[in-house]
Design a protein around this ligand. Structure first.
Ligand SMILES: [Fe+2]
Ligand SMILES: [Fe+2]
Length: 469
């Protein structure tokens, strides 16, 4: 169904024919806009931003580009088309028709899963609220705002499900999604990573590389869900998510490129000299990767989890790309897990968080290979790496253990003494902050980052992507 933009809430779910739901969402809409005004990008409400807006949900031409003031962005409800005859693809009820309504016995679990996903979307907008004042270019500023409006739309996606399928509880949860705030002492966001401040653009690129990629994996596993409206919502969200990870991967790539140029100019890889020249030395970048990767790994939950087992067995949440696996029921399979007490055989169903974490880490390697190739081509031995998934765990069997980024258990004192060899110290963060000088002249770039290979939607790099009135 094509998207109806004539209505107050753009949608392709025939909202006009469900007056009760339409009224409920029209009641929530001003609360959302108020939240955007207070917690969204600070001070850019009057700026014209070159944004893409969804026009249809199919692969061809779903995006139309044009100058938009962010508060006028057409947030709405867009679901991927229904797959006729779709059946459940995994778990104990495999092969049965998918559900168009929520079965009573799964109501509270599904609501919790949707609320947890929904909570991350506005959280990231809040985390990135002040970055516009420190942008390295108009191109980057526009990308930040594109991500922000789309995360706002992802909130709409989850709020629609809550309103449409969870009655009064759902409506209350939708209000709560606007009441919790990232980093708030009394009402924080649900997951730790989404309460970490993002106060510089190096953190933003790492966040969009690692944390938005966690989002991709969560959405992929929901896209498999037996609850069809959730599956369809997430399938469309994934098309938007790709751009967020692109911003992360190319952003870090451009930092590496610029650093290599500075190293060549200086004829040195001495971090002190590189920093004095206003660039990010590679060991410093490694610390940022360690921080955001390890933080994002916690989002997959404990290695051994009965919740994961239940969600899979009952068809609520599959593995990303479920169809690529042979066995979709997993009743008689075990997985060998490395725990601090040694290798342990765990029923596969209970180890699914770990299965997801492993495939996520593989996906994370792709960017590293690309960045390392650039470093190698420039003739340097340094290689960027991903930290061990045991490093800095705040959840699961490795929680709180003094493990270094290679996965080696250390004496606690040594770990504490050396922690800031591996993640940014206050001085490191202050240095990165000092690089963040706002650049808003069309086509110009901050000195710590190389320009991108091309502009947005085939426009030149010096196009005025954001026009500040
Ligand atoms: Fe999102
Ligand atoms: Fe995202």
């Amino acid at each position: 169904m094509s998207i109806n933009y004539a209505e107050k809430i753009p949608n392709n779910v025939d909202l006009a024919n469900d007056r009760t739901l339409q009224r409920a969402l029209e009641h929530w809409q001003p609360h959302f806009l108020e939240w955007w005004h207070e917690m969204g990008p600070s001070d850019f409400e009057k700026a014209d931003v070159y944004l893409r807006t969804a026009t249809s949900v199919d692969a061809q031409g779903w995006a139309s580009y044009g100058a938009v003031k962010m508060p006028d962005y057409r947030w709405g409800i867009f679901l991927a088309d229904q797959t006729p005859g779709r059946t459940i693809g995994f778990g104990d009820r495999m092969g049965e028709p998918v559900w168009q309504q929520v079965p009573g016995e799964h109501r509270s679990t599904l609501r919790r899963l949707i609320v947890t996903q929904g909570d991350t979307e506005p959280a990231s907008v809040e985390q990135q609220r002040l970055l516009g004042h420190l942008c390295p270019s108009l191109y980057d500023l526009r990308n930040l705002f594109q991500i922000n409006v789309e995360e706002g739309r992802h909130l709409w996606a989850m709020v629609y499900l809550l309103h449409a399928y969870f009655g009064r509880d759902g409506r209350e949860e939708a209000e709560e999604l606007l009441a919790r705030h990232s980093g708030d002492a009394d009402k924080p966001r649900i997951l730790t990573t989404f309460n970490e401040p993002i106060s510089d653009w190096l953190s933003l690129y790492c966040f969009t590389y690692f944390t938005d990629r966690d989002g991709k994996y969560q959405l992929k596993s929901f896209a498999e869900s037996a609850f069809d409206p959730l599956s369809r919502t997430c399938r469309f969200m994934l098309t938007e998510e790709a751009h967020h990870m692109f911003v992360g991967e190319t952003g870090i790539g451009r930092v590496v490129k610029r650093t290599l140029e500075v190293m060549k100019e200086l004829g040195s890889d001495d971090p002190v000299k590189i920093r004095a020249h206003g660039a990010v030395d590679l060991p410093l970048l490694q610390k940022y990767l360690n921080f955001w990767c390890s933080s994002s790994l916690d989002l997959f939950g404990s290695e051994i989890s009965s919740n994961a087992a239940t969600s899979f067995a009952s068809g609520l949440k599959g593995r990303p790309d479920e169809s690529q696996y042979q066995d979709h029921v997993l009743r008689d399979v075990v997985l060998k897990l490395d725990t601090p007490e040694g290798a342990q055989d765990v029923p596969m169903l209970n180890a699914l968080n770990e299965v997801m974490r492993e495939s996520y880490l593989k996906d994370c390697e792709i960017g590293l290979k690309r960045w390392n190739r650039a470093i190698e081509r420039a003739g340097h031995d340094f290689r960027l790496t991903l930290p061990s998934s045991r490093f800095r765990r705040a959840i699961g069997s490795w929680v709180g253990l003094p493990v270094d980024p290679t996965g080696k258990l250390l004496p606690k004192q040594e770990y504490e003494r050396r922690l800031h060899e591996w993640i940014p110290s206050n001085d490191d963060r202050a240095f990165v902050r000092s690089l963040m000088q706002k650049v808003t002249e069309p086509g110009k770039m901050a000195a710590w980052i190389a320009p991108p290979d091309r502009g947005i939607n085939n426009l030149p790099l010096d196009y005025e992507y954001v026009h500040v009135a």
